[in-house]
Design a protein around this ligand. Structure first.
Ligand SMILES: Cc1ncc(COP(=O)(O)O)c(C=O)c1O
Length: 394
C-alpha cells in the first residue's frame, strides 16, 4: 500500500498530549502567554479559541478607540477574515496582491489608505513575510492601526524578530493546518496597553467552553495527533476527509481557549524552533529544485527574512497545468492543495461587481496556485517525488 502524506502535520506526541492533561499545578494559559510574550517580544499576550476570534476581539477593541470604519485586507487571503470584520460592524476594503511577493501590493495599498481607514491587515501568506517596515510607514502617515495577521506564519523571522511582532497588534492561529497546532486556538500579542485592556474586556465577554466541548477538543486533538501521521492518514483517509472544511463558513463561534490546549501548546513550543527550521529547510529545498523550471512562478522572499513555510506556494502560469499537477501529485501520495478556489471578492459579495475585475492579480492567483507540504512529517523523498512530477508534467 502506498502511504499518503497529508498537507498539514504538527508532530503532536503522546508526551505533548499528557502535558495538557496534567493536574492544574500551574495555570497553563498564563504559562503559555509568558512563552508567547518572549517569542514575540511584546508586553501582552492573550488567547482565544481561534484566529478568527482573535481578529474579532481586536477589531472590537480598536472600535473603542476610533470612529473610523474601513478595514483593509488582501484580496487573496482566507475569505473567512471577512466574517469578524462584518460582525464587528466594520467595512472590509480589499487591496490587490503582488504576483511577485504573493502578499499585499504595496503601491495599491498606499493609494487605499485614507482618513477613513481604521486598520490594515497585512497577512504573511503561506509563511512569506510582508514588508512590515513599508506597511507601518504607509499606515502611520494616516494614523491607521496595523493588525499583523501571522496566522499562518508562526516562526517566520524578519530582521531577527518573529513575524507577529511588527504591528500594533499581531495574531497567530493554532488551528489544525497551521505551523504549530493545538487543534484550534488564537493568540494575540501587542505592546499597547490601551489596546490590550480593551481586547481583554472583549475576551471577558466570551463564554467559557462547557465540559462537553472541552472533552470534544481533547478527543479531536488526540485524533489530530494520529491523523497527521502518513500511515494512519492513509488508512483512515475517507473518515478524515469528512472532518475537513470544504465550504465557506458563514459564521464563527467564539469561546475561551482551554487549559488542555495551552498545556499541549506549551509542551509543543519546546520543539518549536526545530519545527520552524524544518519548514524553512523544506521550502528552501523546493525553491532550489524548482527555481529554473519554465512555466512556474516562485515568490520573492523579503530581504532579511526566513520563512517558516506553512506550505510552499507555486503559481503555474497555465491554470490547466495547475489542475493537472494537483491531480498527479495527489496520485503520487502527497496531499497538495489549492487552498482558496476564489479570491475574497468572488467568495463574498462585497459589492465590487464582477464584470470588471478590480483585483486581477488575486483572481490570477486563485486559479493558478498550488501548495506543497513543508511540515516536519513529510520526508525529503516525498518532496523529490513532487519535484519529479512537476518537472515531468509541466
Ligand atoms: C491568513 C489567515 N488568517 C486568519 C485565519 C483564521 O484562523 P482560524 O482558523 O484559527 O480561525 C486563517 C485560517 O485559515 C488564515 O489562514
Amino acid at each position: 500500500m502506498k502511504t499518503i502524506t497529508p498537507s498539514a502535520g504538527t508532530p503532536i506526541s503522546v508526551f505533548n498530549l499528557l502535558r495538557g492533561l496534567l493536574p492544574p499545578f500551574t495555570n497553563n494559559i498564563s504559562a503559555f502567554s509568558v512563552v508567547m510574550k518572549q517569542f514575540s517580544r511584546q508586553r501582552y499576550c492573550m488567547f482565544v479559541n481561534s484566529g478568527t476570534t482573535a481578529l474579532y476581539v481586536t477589531l472590537m477593541a480598536l472600535k473603542g478607540l476610533s470612529d473610523r470604519k474601513e478595514v483593509i485586507l488582501p484580496a487573496y487571503t482566507a475569505p473567512s477574515l471577512i466574517l469578524p470584520i462584518r460582525k464587528a460592524g466594520l467595512e472590509p476594503k480589499l487591496c490587490d496582491i503582488s504576483l511577485d511577493t504573493f502578499n499585499f501590493d504595496l503601491d495599491a495599498l498606499s493609494l487605499l489608505v485614507t482618513e477613513n481607514t481604521l486598520c490594515v491587515i497585512p497577512v504573511h501568506m503561506f509563511g512569506l513575510a510582508c514588508d512590515m517596515g513599508r506597511i507601518n510607514k504607509i499606515a502611520n502617515k494616516k494614523g491607521v492601526y496595523v493588525i499583523e495577521d501571522a496566522a499562518s506564519s508562526l516562526g517566520t523571522i524578519i530582521n531577527n524578530k518573529n513575524a507577529g511582532a511588527f504591528g500594533d497588534v499581531g495574531f497567530y492561529s493554532l488551528n489544525r493546518g497551521k505551523n504549530l497546532s493545538t487543534l484550534s486556538g488564537g493568540c494575540i500579542v501587542t505592546g499597547l496597553e490601551d489596546v490590550q485592556k480593551l481586547i481583554s474586556a472583549e475576551i471577558d465577554k466570551i463564554r467559557k467552553p462547557g465540559l462537553k466541548l472541552k472533552i470534544g477538543i481533547m478527543v479531536k486533538t488526540v485524533a489530530l495527533a494520529l491523523a497527521v501521521r502518513p500511515l494512519f492518514f492513509t488508512i483512515m483517509r475517507r473518515l478524515i476527509s469528512k472532518f475537513k472544511y470544504t465550504t465557506l463558513h458563514t459564521d464563527f463561534d467564539s469561546f475561551k481557549y482551554t487549559r488542555f490546549q495551552a498545556g499541549v501548546g506549551l509542551s509543543l513550543f519546546k520543539k518549536a524552533d526545530k519545527i520552524f527550521e524544518e519548514r524553512n529547510k523544506k521550502g528552501r529545498f523546493l525553491r532550489d529544485q524548482l527555481n529554473d523550471v519554465e512555466g512556474l512562478v516562485l515568490p520573492e522572499i523579503l530581504r532579511h527574512s526566513e520563512p517558516a513555510y506553512n506550505q510552499f506556494p507555486i503559481v503555474l502560469k497555465d491554470s490547466n497545468k495547475r489542475d493537472l499537477l494537483y491531480f498527479e501529485i495527489n496520485r503520487q501520495g502527497v496531499e497538495c492543495t489549492i487552498l482558496y478556489p476564489d479570491p475574497v471578492h468572488k467568495a463574498h459579495d462585497l459589492g465590487y461587481g464582477l464584470a470588471n475585475d478590480p483585483f486581477p492579480s488575486a483572481s490570477y492567483m486563485a486559479k493558478r496556485l498550488l501548495l506543497i507540504p513543508t511540515h516536519p512529517l513529510i520526508s525529503f523523498e516525498s518532496l523529490k517525488v513532487v519535484v519529479d512530477v512537476i518537472k515531468s508534467n509541466i
